[in-house]
Each structure stands twice: as C-alpha cells, then as structure tokens.
Design a protein around this ligand. Structure first.
Ligand code: HEM
Length: 233
C-alpha cells in the first residue's frame, strides 16, 4: 500500500517535481501490529509511546498555524539517518538497556512501572534516595522540561536493516530513518536534539549519519493539486 501511495505521488507530480533521493525503511521490527500497539525498533524498544494523538495535540505540536497561506496547515519534517550498534546493544544486560532507555524494554512502561502509558516521573527515588529513572537516560533527556512544555514532536521512525558494508562502522548495517514532524524545528526538534547530544546514554550505541529538514505542504482540498498555492505564488 505504501509503495503504491509513493508511486502515485511520484507519478502525479512528474510534470513539476523530480525524485532526488529515497530512504527506505520498515515500521515494526516485531511483525504485524495490533490496533493501537506501539511498533518496536531493532533494539527491541517500543518506539513511539509518547506522541500526539488527539486533534488538540496535533494542533499544538504538529500543524503550522502562522506564516504565509501556503505554509498553514502543513508541517516541518526533520529526517535523520541514525546507525544503531546492534552488536554493542546485544552484549549489555537487560537492566542496562532499561537504564539507558529510561523505560522497561518488554512493556515500554516507565522504569519499575507496569503500564506503557503511565507517566514518567523523574522525581521518583528508590530506598537509597537515588532516582529511579536515570537522568541521563534517553527518555529523561528527550522529555520536555517543565519550563518548555511545547518541546514535543510527532515521531514516525522507520527501521532499516541492509547488507553489511565491507568497511562499515559496525558488523550490521542497521538503524533508524528517524522522522519527526512539528510546527517549528528550531523550537521543538533542535533543543531536544541538543539535550540528547549533550548527555544521552543511548549515544554510546547510536551514530548519526545525516540530517535534513523539509516543509510538508498541507493536504489537498477538492480540485486542487498538492502544494498548488505554493507553486502558483
Ligand atoms: C536510534 C535513535 C533513537 C532510538 C533508538 C530512540 C528510542 C526511543 C525510545 C525507545 C523512546 C521511549 C518510548 C517512546 O516514547 O517512544 C524514545 C522516546 C523519545 N525520543 Fe527517541 N530514539 C532515538 C532517537 C531520537 C532522536 C534523534 C530524537 C529527537 C531529537 C528523539 C526524541 C525522542 C522523544 C521526544 C521521546 C519522547 C520523550 C518523552 O516525552 O517521554 N529520539 N526514543
């Protein structure tokens, strides 16, 4: 279905657009998804738990509502190709994976929790007064700080798993085509990525290869072609 949708878009825009490059990936490393189930990536983590779901959340985080008319109702897409060190991830134990991620691997729940959609509470401590969720974990670094609750994005990640390259960095050629949508990458993606690059434990097992930012024009109304008001202006 996805191949067909991509084909139709490429074919119908052939008169005014060229394909420059394509990044291919698949969504769920586990197999067919149940309705509402969060897909897993190739580290076995549930990836996509915290995401906008309601219309209000999409309006707040994803759809652009300022600027020129052609921009309104669209979104800004950041695509980032990130290699994942599967060999390295395989040799660390289950507990370390949980600490690094900031979530249980099997259920996707907050550390020590049961349900995937329980709230992560960074102030919770154990009997020794130590934080239950490591402040350097991926989730702790990626969460919006209290002062900036708007630092949220819609993540749609795709896995890739290609034949190993002769002089590749790792023995596998595996990773994520990380894609996220937002109103404004400078206020959303950028501060999150800065916090991750400064102190995310996951950085030991991932390697960023390339990054790009795109404007996604809004969907079409009747009798209109995609991005018509942009191309006609
Ligand atoms: C290979 C790279 C990455 C892996 C394996 C990964 C994995 C995960 C996992 C397992 C979660 C927890 C479950 C969830 O809420 O989906 C998560 C959450 C999150 N990640 Fe990543 N991630 C990666 C890269 C990134 C990047 C580049 C960004 C953005 C700069 C990012 C932003 C986030 C955000 C915003 C959350 C939700 C935090 C919250 O509010 O709880 N991640 N990621």
């Amino acid at each position: 279905m996805v191949s067909h949708a991509a084909r139709i878009m490429i074919r119908n825009s052939a008169a005014y657009l060229n394909v420059k490059w394509v990044q291919s990936g698949f969504q769920n490393a586990k197999g067919a998804l149940q309705e509402g189930e969060t897909p897993r990536n190739l580290f076995g983590q549930k990836d996509g738990t915290i995401n906008p779901r309601t219309r209000g959340e999409f309006n707040d985080q994803v759809w652009i509502d300022s600027g020129p008319d052609w921009l309104r109702g669209g979104s800004a897409l950041v695509v980032r190709r990130i290699e994942m060190d599967l060999d390295g991830w395989d040799i660390i134990d289950r507990h370390s994976r949980v600490v690094v991620t900031g979530r249980e691997i099997e259920s996707g729940a907050p550390v020590g929790g049961k349900d995937e959609f329980e709230t992560v509470d960074l102030s919770k401590t154990d009997e020794y007064g130590l934080p239950i969720t490591d402040p350097q974990s991926h989730v702790a670094r990626a969460m919006p700080p209290k002062e900036f609750p708007n630092q949220k994005i819609l993540r749609r990640v795709y896995n890739y798993d290609l034949p190993p390259e002769p002089n590749g960095r790792f023995r596998s050629n595996t990773g994520l085509v990380f894609a996220c949508y937002q109103k404004n990458p400078l206020e959303q993606f950028h501060p999150i990525q800065t916090r991750l690059s400064e102190g995310d434990r996951l950085n030991q097992w991932i390697f960023h290869i390339g990054s790009a930012v795109f404007v996604m024009p809004r969907g079409t109304k009747e009798d209109e072609y995609w991005a018509q008001d942009l191309l006609q202006d």
